[in-house]
Design a protein around this ligand. Structure first.
Ligand code: ARG
Length: 472
């Protein structure tokens, strides 16, 4: 980056009314090119559409348009191969590109900015950028959901303890647990595609704030850029960044969900749970403890939620109380948004790669469910079916569990006589409900944990995912 030109003159794009050069520090402080150059190709995409529209309505001649489009192609090529020389003195990505275009094609380059301002230009750039990134995020999210659905289908019969308060509660199937994660992500996916609709609106034509006196056709520009429609109000179009806040709030919810999954993966890989194995390629070792295999990937994803929540707070605060219309505050929207996009994409990639490689340790899961009196509710329900009031049944089972704790026995390991000591309503057939298989199989309804229900739910999830994919 060349900073040699920093402020031995005023900026050529707006220096006309100034009588002294910009202070060197102020030039650096107000410049954004160090980070907004990331928008360069979207800036050129917007400029191409703007120039095409200007020629369509007769503000530019066809020759002028062709010169501008040709020049922009060359500038884009320079940027893509890293030959472009960015200058802090030119403040931001927009003026860097325009200056280079004018260097290349001469005075016609200066006509590109007719009927436009950097205010509607930057708002357009961010929307074009974010729309592309949303499509990448949606594809990665779909890949992760697909991985979860297939793993859930494979593990539909695998029994594990279900928890409340992280205490063993009732047996569930591992497939059912994975589909709970999948549901969280399905809602995130819907939120993302909903957010895309509000991103996909064209600010160009709003100019600085009030619109422009040229006979522009904003429908043409919108169509060229694939936007749904032109923004209704010029003041709103240049000023609000709620669409970036909305994306970051989608991202915060997603990372919250990923952090919950991460936490469970971390717990499950510990020696104390030992429910799953993560392949070595997703883990790292310790430099001092040779036995360690640490679940770094889920830990890091769990930690990354913090920075995304931080970006959400930054953007909300950035926007708060801003008077209409554009204010320089908005230049601060880019770094949090860029980092949110990068973080979401990395975390989704990590998870989408890792999930299909999760290996369930079915015997350990089963053993843990067996040890935790997880069929106690089933015994109570059994007693209710035999005419005992639920509150009394609860008390009877509580006493049986206390006995089991003293004797070191699960309910299913007690003899019929032992069980009948607590209630005469108990019969031989009680063992059908005390087994873990019987317990999960009995939850036979939509949303229940029975293996058949899990397989049916996986199939519905596949169909819903396909439907959503064809929407974006
Ligand atoms: N770099 C500015 C931004 O990111 C571009 C718009 C500047 N407009 C202005 N009138 N200073 O918001």
């Amino acid at each position: 980056m060349s900073s040699s030109q920093t402020s031995n003159s005023t900026n050529q794009s707006w220096g006309g009314r100034f009588s002294e050069p910009t202070d060197a520090f102020v030039a650096r402080f107000t410049a954004s090119v160090d980070f907004d150059r990331r928008l360069a190709l979207h800036d050129i995409q917007g400029s191409r559409a703007h120039a095409t529209m200007l020629a369509r309505v007769g503000v530019l001649t066809e020759d002028e348009r062709d010169a501008i489009l040709g020049g922009l192609d060359e500038v884009a090529a320079e940027i893509e191969d890293g030959r472009f020389e960015w200058s802090v003195a030119l403040e931001d990505v927009h003026m860097n590109i325009e200056a280079r275009l004018t260097e290349k094609i001469g005075i016609t380059g200066k006509k590109l900015h007719t009927g436009r301002s950097r205010n509607d230009q930057v708002a357009t750039d961010i929307r074009l950028f974010l729309r592309d990134e949303i499509d990448t995020v949606a594809a990665e999210l779909a890949r992760l959901r697909e991985g979860l659905i297939e793993l859930a289908d494979r593990e539909a019969d695998t029994i594990m303890p279900g928890f409340t308060h992280l205490q063993t509660a009732q047996p569930v199937t591992f497939g059912h647990h994975l589909l709970a994660w999948q549901e969280m992500l399905a809602r995130d996916h819907e939120r993302l595609l909903d957010c895309r609709k509000r991103v996909n609106v064209l600010p160009l034509g709003a100019a600085a704030l009030a619109g422009t006196t040229y006979p522009i056709d904003r429908h043409v520009t919108a169509e060229l850029l694939g936007f749904e429609r032109p923004a209704e109000n010029s003041l709103d179009a240049v000023s609000d960044r709620d669409f970036a806040i909305e994306f970051t709030s989608f991202a915060s919810l997603l990372l919250m969900h990923l952090s919950r999954m991460s936490e469970e993966l971390v717990l499950w890989t510990s020696a104390q749970f030992d429910f799953i194995d993560l392949p070595d390629r997703f883990c790292t070792g310790s430099s001092i403890m040779p036995q360690k295999k640490n679940p770094d990937v889920p830990e890091l994803v769990r930690g990354k939620s913090g920075r995304v929540y931080g970006h959400l707070m930054s953007l909300l605060t950035l926007m708060k109380s801003q008077p209409l219309a554009y204010n320089k505050d908005n230049q601060e929207d880019k770094e949090p948004l860029f980092d949110t996009v990068a973080t979401v994409q990395d975390c989704l990639k990590a998870f989408a790669d890792m999930v299909p490689a999760i290996e369930a340790k079915a015997d350990n899961m089963f053993e843990a469910a067996r040890k935790g009196f997880s069929t106690a509710t089933d015994l109570a329900d059994y007693l209710v079916r035999r005419g005992v009031a639920f509150r009394d049944a609860h008390e009877i089972v509580g006493q049986s569990v206390a006995h089991g704790l003293r004797e070191g026995k699960d309910l299913s390991e007690m003899s019929l006589e032992e069980l009948q000591g607590f209630s005469s309503a108990i019969d031989e057939d009680v063992f059908e409900v005390l087994t873990l298989e019987g317990s999960v199989a009995a939850r036979q309804h939509i949303g229940g944990t029975a293996p058949d229900q899990v397989r049916a739910a996986a199939q519905r999830a596949r169909e819903a995912l396909t439907a959503l994919r064809s929407r974006d």
